[in-house]
Ligand binder design. Structure first.
Ligand code: SF4
Ligand code: ZN
Ligand code: ZN
Length: 319
């Protein structure tokens, strides 16, 4: 892209420097191109947007809102999960609510407290488990379950290129290639019943997930969110430093600093291998949990297993 003589606000990993208006144009056209390239959104949809109130999901909702205004058959509903993380999620949810109110987007909020009987903060006091493990399992469970109840045709998430590169490496480092078969810009198949809104939806299917920010780096999303006034403060989960992902993130950022383009290379090579991976593991995760009916590769899903552990721990604490 040719930039003008305005002051540059960002240097891209290819070394290009862009001013505010040219960066905005570059970023938005990249997201809309990603949507077309991977066929993420059809002409008629009821899209759920997983909204945390952070920079990624606000940017995603802001851009999909633009798209929906030009295409009224694309309906948007935001869905947020309140894990119960003191001094963090309460703040980001205020931003999320304000954004949705200002833009007339319906927002549904579900909490760990209501759905599993305990906030994440309290669960971590009685269970010996890594915060992100239980948080991720409960959050993914609720997003899938509630997306089906709300009749979403797809669930859009704010995952960016950095998130995806981290996930690819994490799976590689943990010898969990099967998990990588569930990555990519579009995951799962669109559920016909969800599209027609006919109620009961087969539990064997995940609600299809799409990632329109797939080719945008974390740095690009951050700059876009700030220059477009989507958020004015930075909040980070207090548990993030304890996560395996944070170790991979820091390592990858250092590596990218010394070798610009590394993250793009990880994504591009992964996209070439993805069709083979999906073919190889296409029969995985076809069962339903015997307890709740949600998708599970085992008899009981991980969310139900953790919910059971919580119940037992609560009884032990009381007695
Ligand atoms: S960093 Fe971990 S604990 Fe915090 S919101 Fe993310 S997954 Fe949950
Ligand atoms: Zn310019
Ligand atoms: Zn279950």
């Amino acid at each position: 892209m040719n930039c003008c003589n305005q002051k540059p606000i960002i240097e891209l990993s290819a070394g290009e420097k862009l001013c505010k208006s040219h960066f905005t144009e570059y970023f938005e056209s990249k997201v809309f191109k990603t949507i077309r390239q991977f066929d993420l959104i059809e002409k008629e949809e009821h899209l759920g947007i997983a909204l945390s109130g952070g920079k990624d999901s606000l940017t995603l909702l802001h851009l999909l809102n633009k798209l929906s205004k030009q295409n009224p058959k694309i309906r948007l509903t935001a869905i947020a999960i309140n894990e119960g993380i003191h001094d963090y999620r309460d703040k980001t949810l205020i931003t999320a609510k304000e954004f949705c109110e200002k833009n007339n987007i319906p927002l549904h909020i579900y909490s760990f407290e209501d759905e599993f009987g305990m906030s994440l903060d309290d669960a971590l006091k009685i269970l010996d488990v890594k915060p992100c493990t239980i948080c991720g399992i409960f959050r993914r469970y609720l997003l899938n379950k509630k997306s089906k109840e709300l009749g979403f045709t797809k669930l859009a998430t704010g995952h960016n290129l950095d998130d995806e590169a981290q996930s690819i490496l994490m799976n590689q480092f943990k010898n969990n290639i099967q998990a990588s078969a569930r990555l990519g810009p579009k995951v799962g198949i669109k559920h016909a019943q969800a599209a027609s809104g006919t109620g009961s939806i087969g539990n064997k299917n995940f609600v299809q997930r799409i990632k329109p920010l797939y080719l945008c780096t974390e740095k690009e999303v951050t700059v876009y969110a700030y220059i477009n006034g989507l958020l004015d403060n930075f909040n980070e989960c207090p548990n993030v430093s304890k996560s395996y992902r944070a170790q991979i993130r820091d390592m990858l950022n250092n590596f990218e600093n010394d070798n610009p383009g590394t993250k793009y290379a990880i994504i591009n090579s992964f996209l070439q291998a993805l069709p083979d991976l999906k073919g190889r593991f296409k029969d995985g995760e076809i069962n339903s949990c015997s307890n709740c009916g949600e998708p599970s590769s085992k008899d009981k899903c991980n969310a139900c297993k953790f919910a059971d552990k919580l119940e037992k721990a609560k009884v032990t604490v009381k007695s």
